[in-house]
Ligand binder design. Structure first.
Ligand code: V3L
Length: 85
């Protein structure tokens, strides 16, 4: 985002950055004070819970990952599953 923050979801031993569009959508909901926000990932609806800071696939809550808002400059695994060396 403009102020240097991004949204991340948890991977096995590190964090993945959300793709830019999704990160913008989550940020918009966060700034509005929404409690949650729904996003589309590879055809599946996920709910990002902005109070618990988790994302869960709709109707499959066992598919749950932590999420966080942090600086765009932190070490990360990559963006939306695309690794960066
Ligand atoms: N954006 C992109 N892909 C996602 C997202 C998202 N917000 N959420 C889930 N997936 P689950 P390591 C992740 C993918 O939670 O080696 C990473 O992006 C998820 O991809 O059970 O463990 C990597 O591609 C997974 O493939 O619904 O760190 C991959 O895991 C699939 O949806 C491996 O990462 C099911 O996730």
């Amino acid at each position: 985002t403009e102020d240097g923050y991004q949204w991340y979801y948890e991977g096995r031993n590190g964090w993945w950055q959300y793709d830019d569009r999704t990160s913008q959508d989550i940020e918009e909901a966060f700034k509005k004070g929404d409690k949650s926000c729904s996003i589309l990932v590879a055809g599946y609806v996920y709910i990002v819970d902005l109070e618990q800071l988790v994302q869960q696939r709709q109707n499959e809550p066992n598919r749950c990952r932590r999420v966080k808002r942090d600086l765009a400059t932190i070490p990360k695994k990559g963006v939306a599953g695309l690794r960066i060396e």
